[in-house]
Design a protein around this ligand. Sequence first.
Ligand SMILES: [Fe+2]
Length: 219
Amino acid sequence: MNPAIRPHAILAERAVHGAAIHEIGGDVTPSASNDAPLMRLCAALDAAFDAASDSAFDDPAFGAAVRAALAQAVADPALLTSAQREGAAATYRRHLLAADPRGRYAIASLVWMPGQASPVHAHHTWCGYAVIDGTLTESVYRWDDARQCADEIRSHPRTTGAVSFAPGGRDGVHRLMNVADADTGAAAVSLHIYGVSGEQIATHVNDVVAVAPRETMAA
Ligand SMILES: [Fe+2]
């Protein structure tokens, strides 16, 4: 397929050539998608790239454009199919939704059952996310290059509709978690965009880092 004749991203099932991938927790599950909302999102991202130079992904204008695209996408209740909202018992689940044929970005939904969390990580690339359903708790860390570990500095709830963007690098260490009660809580669903190709989404995004041990109280 010639990417030059496709103005928008290839949707996930085509991007992976129909490969039967059903893995979880950092791997990717491609699935059938709703074309219209995703294609609108891809068009908005394509426009953000058109307006940015190749090295301007830490430019506030690029981040603002990605945040606006995310906000518009998650406001559309038709964005995800029920399959793209399915979680897994063992760990959070990632569904690849679309991949740019030029390899500039990949889009995924992440499903977080109560108690599930990402590792503490920075990003090898720029990324943006928005909460579609439920509430995620985001813990933010400061990377200490001398000690080669991260210290938690704050934690805050990210409710439905919350949108975030960060350039790559260890200035953006965080962890996402669904802190809902395991027996009574609900799953949370979020939409993520990363500056990698679809094939790289499970391998070239998260930069998992060491966490400083918590201070122990004196007996
Ligand atoms: Fe992240």
